[in-house]
Design a protein around this ligand. Structure first.
Ligand SMILES: Nc1ncnc2c1ncn2[C@@H]1O[C@H](COP(=O)(O)OP(=O)(O)OP(=O)(O)O)[C@@H](O)[C@H]1O
Ligand SMILES: [Mg+2]
Length: 323
């Protein structure tokens, strides 16, 4: 990709615990374009949040970034930033919307306090200027500015999530990471919020890393999707193609695990077997034990994400052998 917003190269993250060292993110590489929505999908525990937190350098021990580079729009490698550099960078260049709005907001402070805290910490705005900015942000997410005086519990779940989004927008970041931004909400509110986010993205031009369990929502709202399995990126493709013509057997399995958006009803098959125990990573492909197409190379040679078509990548031996 020419001139991406962010370039993640061979990112490795380990959890170093008494039970053993776990490589939760292994050699993950992908780019997100300017203004692009990139979806990251995969079973629970495959490493999506670990990637998200590492990009913001918000990971905490026992998680350690053990390799790779994260290049952000001419700023160099985020992973090499000093604490001061990363503190200035976080929220103003990349911000994040966490899964639970209630945990992201401070229950004992009014929203005015919370907005002013973020804005005044990162700019030289006066309090009055910060309040004006906060009022503007509330309007952007369709909440009346007078509600700045309210506490988080005085808002509905959907409104709280919109408040968190408004805080993420406060410093005009170039990229927003959204880790399960609407999982706690009902389906109708979920869609409304995602439509709002999408409209804001069109208006302000930021990029989005979008993480969700809901593959149909992801296909609808993302430009491209990366599928993770056991800490590795196994496939990257435009969202319209990834389920229609999957290259990786795991993606194929994901596609048959949920009902199609359109067309006739089909029997859902799912993916047999369990996710890999990361303490016992086999030689060869990490998906080998669950793959009906596994052959000799899959048990002996490690896989590598390989470009197969201009906009398509997969790490499956079935395809890499052909190219
Ligand atoms: N504090 C920790 N100590 C040890 N291992 C951890 C810790 N936190 C996460 N892990 C392991 O790292 C792996 C990736 O976890 P992560 O939370 O990134 O997955 P995820 O894809 O975001 O899952 P989910 O969809 O459930 O949010 C998992 O196998 C998990 O067991
Ligand atoms: Mg997660």
């Amino acid at each position: 990709m020419t001139n991406p917003q962010i370039s993640i190269r061979n990112l490795c993250v380990d959890y170093i615990t008494d039970a053993g060292d776990v490589r939760a993110v292994n050699n993950v590489s992908f780019d997100i374009g300017k203004g692009e929505v990139f979806g990251l999908a995969g079973e629970s525990g495959c490493g999506k949040s670990t990637v998200a937190f590492s990009l913001m350098r918000l990971h905490k021990p026992p998680a350690f970034i053990t390799g790779g580079e994260v290049l952000f729009d001419g700023h160099g490698d985020i992973l090499q930033f000093s604490e001061d550099q990363i503190n200035a960078f976080r929220w103003s260049e990349i911000s994040m919307v966490f899964q639970s709005a209630m945990n992201a907001l401070n229950p004992v402070l009014t929203m005015e306090e919370q907005f002013c805290d973020v804005i005044m910490r990162h700019t030289n705005f006066t309090r009055q200027q910060a309040i004006r900015r906060a009022e503007g942000l509330l309007e952007i997410v369709d909440i009346h500015p007078s509600r700045l005086q309210d506490y988080p519990h005085q808002f509905s779940g959907g409104m709280r999530q919109r408040l968190v989004i408004a805080i993420a927008l406060a410093l005009n970041p170039k990229m927003i990471i959204m880790d399960e931004p609407t999982t706690a909400l009902d389906v109708v509110v979920q869609r409304e919020i995602l439509q709002k986010i999408y409209a804001l993205k069109e208006e302000f031009g930021f990029s989005i890393l979008f993480i969700t369990h809901d593959i149909s929502l992801m296909v609808e709202f993302s430009d491209r999707i990366g599928i993770m399995y056991s800490g590795e990126l196994v496939e990257v493709a435009p969202s319209k193609q990834i389920l229609e013509t999957p290259f990786h057997p795991y993606t194929e399995g994901l596609g048959s695990s949920f009902p199609p958006l359109t067309g006739p009803k089909t029997r859902l098959t799912g993916i047999p077997g369990n996710p890999l125990n990361l303490l016992e990573v086999p030689k060869g492909c990490r998906f080998q034990a669950r793959c009906s197409k596994a052959h000799e190379a899959c048990f002996s040679q490690p896989t590598q994400l390989t470009q197969l078509e201009p906009n398509r990548f997969s790490n499956c031996h079935l395809f890499t052998k052909r190219s």
